[in-house]
Write a protein that binds this ligand. Structure first.
Ligand code: MG
Length: 181
C-alpha cells in the first residue's frame, strides 16, 4: 500500500479570482499566497488536484477549449513561482441543461476518478474551497474539509451547514492545517 494523500482544490475563488464564466486566459489572477501554499504541498509530496464545476460550458458561456486555455494559464502562473498542480478535473455540466451527472460538485464522481487515476487514499485526503459544495464530499468519501473565506467564502461561512467545517482565511492557512495534521 503506497496510496497518496491529496488536497482537492476548488479553482475559482480558491486559487484564482472568481470572474464567473472565465474564458480569457489573460484575465487569470492568482489569489495572494496561493503559489507558496501549493509549493508547500508539492514539497510535502501531497498531491494538489483541482476539481472545478464549469457549468459555463453547458450554458454556452465558454467552450471546452477556452476552459483548457485558462487552466494552462493558471499552470504557467504557478510554474513562474515554482509551484504546480498535479492534476485537474472539471465538470462541464448543468443538470437543468445537460441532465443529471455525478461529477458536478458536490457529487463524488471526479474525486473517485482522480483517486483511481492517481492512487489516492480519499480517507486521508482534504477538500478545500470557498463553497460548502467544495468540501461536502469529504463527508461521503472520508477525509477532511476546510472552507476558505476567499471568493464566496464570506457568504457561505455564516450558513448553518458551515458550522461543522474548519473555516480559515485563505489557502495558505488551510495548507498549514493539512501539513500539521
Ligand atoms: Mg469557488
Amino acid at each position: 500500500m503506497s496510496q497518496k494523500r491529496a488536497v482537492f482544490l476548488d479553482r475559482d475563488g480558491t486559487l484564482i479570482e472568481d470572474l464567473h464564466y472565465l474564458r480569457d486566459p489573460a484575465a487569470v489572477r492568482l489569489l495572494p499566497g496561493v503559489a507558496p501554499a501549493l509549493r508547500m504541498l508539492n514539497e510535502a509530496g501531497i498531491l494538489a488536484v483541482v476539481v472545478t464545476n464549469q457549468s459555463g460550458i453547458a450554458r454556452g458561456r465558454l467552450t471546452e477549449a477556452e476552459y483548457q486555455a485558462t487552466q494552462r494559464r493558471l499552470e504557467e502562473l504557478l510554474a513562474a513561482e515554482g509551484a504546480r498542480l498535479d492534476a485537474h478535473y472539471h465538470c462541464p455540466h448543468l443538470p437543468e441543461i445537460t441532465g443529471p451527472c455525478d461529477c458536478r460538485k458536490p457529487g463524488p464522481g471526479l474525486y473517485r476518478e482522480a483517486a483511481r487515476d492517481l492512487d489516492i487514499d480519499l480517507a486521508s485526503s482534504w477538500w478545500v474551497g470557498d463553497r460548502l459544495r467544495d468540501v461536502s464530499a469529504a463527508r461521503l468519501l472520508g477525509g477532511r474539509g476546510v472552507l476558505l473565506l476567499t471568493g464566496s467564502g464570506r457568504e457561505e461561512a455564516p450558513l448553518p451547514e458551515a458550522r461543522s467545517w474548519l473555516i480559515v482565511p485563505d489557502l495558505e492557512t488551510a495548507v498549514r492545517h493539512v501539513l500539521a495534521a
